[in-house]
Ligand binder design. Structure first.
Ligand code: ZN
Length: 400
């Protein structure tokens, strides 16, 4: 899913109607939180999505005010909750909690077609919201044509936004049969087997300096003070800018790769696990912590996970995930595998044949060769890992 967000400009009357939707979504969400909060291990399992939907139907039959609201809004709140629980069990997110009025308010509308979005003038668009009607938004960029759903949100400052979710169109393969290996770099964001080194943009030096200053200010500002709020907001804006730039980079890079190569081979990394292991465990007390800390920063900064996800969207069926075992220690020229060959982070120098290459590029070439099915007869060490036998995980039923 790609989300594109726009500033929504409801009339005062529409705003009231939108707030009713928000209220219903919050009500249903909080009911679901309650149900799960009462659950304790050993009891019958808390109701799942299907059961909750049935309960919602009953509640709507009983309560006129709920029935008067949009069933889509209410059902989607349950779906959001189901997804939040799945994220919680998947250990990627915290347990979903009670929602308060005025905080992170919003609702989702599904089964959206292009007929529900229209452009009025250069900078003005309209979106059809069930039971509210056509609501204007600032047409700040093109709305993707394959819009399937959208989310309307209201931030603490009272500003409304609409975010359209679209499944990106696959990019046609060039048909050259060419395979590219992509390695998440240590020194760069990504290295290609073609020798290209790609870096995701971050904040500029001046911006980083400003961020540091703001963070120091924040540490000194009194809790709950006005100043503290302002500093926090300024930090949030800088971080959002950084995130936007990286997202942009991921979009451009994934499109470029999908357009240029038939098969894109990437390492199958479980980023989260790697992130954790840098701190070290009892059995491996922080080995290479310094190097890994840098690597983690690099991975997270580069949004490696996002890049792979977007590649899967844009080049479905053309992504091969490779077991990353030994890709960085194996010489691409002679296939000798030895930890010592990786002399410094940036340089690969083979102890067997003297082959020299950028370490990330050498690894990317190994990734490419494994994907291309080249027989890799390892000498002096265990063989290169084979294809990682994993299907990309489909999200839950979310975002119908
Ligand atoms: Zn070699």
């Amino acid at each position: 899913m790609v989300m594109s967000r726009y500033r929504l400009q409801p009339s005062p009357a529409q705003e009231q109607a939108l707030l009713v939707h928000c209220g219903h979504a919050r009500f249903v969400w909080n009911l679901a939180v309650e149900q799960h909060a009462h659950w304790k291990p050993g009891r019958k399992s808390a109701p799942g999505f299907a059961e909750q939907c049935r309960q919602l139907t009953e509640a709507r039959a009983e309560f006129e005010w709920l029935r008067a609201g949009s069933i889509i809004v209410q059902q989607q709140a349950l779906k959001d909750f189901a997804q939040a629980m799945a994220n919680f069990f998947g250990k990627t997110h915290k347990r979903p909690t009670w929602r308060k009025r005025g905080q992170g308010e919003g609702f989702r509308i599904v089964a959206v077609t292009m007929g529900d979005v229209r452009r009025l003038s250069r900078h003005v668009g309209e979106v059809r919201v069930p039971k509210v009607g056509w609501v204007r938004f600032r047409w700040s960029r093109a709305v993707p044509e394959s819009v399937k759903s959208y989310r309307v949100t209201r931030d603490r400052a009272g500003r409304w936004h609409v975010a359209f979710a679209a499944i990106p169109e696959p990019v046609p393969a060039p048909g050259t049969g060419e395979v590219v290996g992509v390695d998440r770099g240590v020194a760069v964001s990504a290295a290609l087997s073609t020798g290209e080194l790609l870096s995701a943009p971050g904040l500029r030096d001046a911006e980083n300096a400003r961020l540091l200053r703001l963070q120091r200010k924040l540490a000194r500002a009194k809790r709950g003070s006005n100043r503290r709020g302002k500093v926090k907001a300024a930090i949030a804006r800088l971080k959002a800018r950084e995130t936007d730039r990286r997202k942009d980079w991921v979009e451009k890079t994934s499109t470029d790769l999908a357009r240029r190569f038939d098969v894109i081979a990437v390492e199958d990394l479980k980023i989260r696990n790697m992130t954790r292991s840098a701190k070290g465990t009892i059995s491996a007390p922080g080995k290479n912590v310094r190097q890994k800390a840098g690597l983690n920063r690099g991975i997270l900064a580069a949004g490696w996970g996002r890049l792979v996800t977007r590649l899967e969207h844009k080049a479905p069926g053309r992504i091969q995930k490779i077991n990353p075992r030994h890709t960085s220690q194996t010489c691409n020229a002679c296939k000798h595998t030895a930890g010592e060959s990786r002399e410094r982070q940036a340089l690969f120098l083979c102890v067997a044949c003297g082959h020299r290459d950028n370490a990330d590029v050498n690894a990317a070439k190994n990734v490419r060769d494994t994907a291309a099915g080249h027989a890799v007869a390892a000498r002096g060490g265990p063989p290169l890992g084979g294809l990682a036998n994993r299907e990309p995980q489909r999200g839950l039923l979310l975002v119908g």
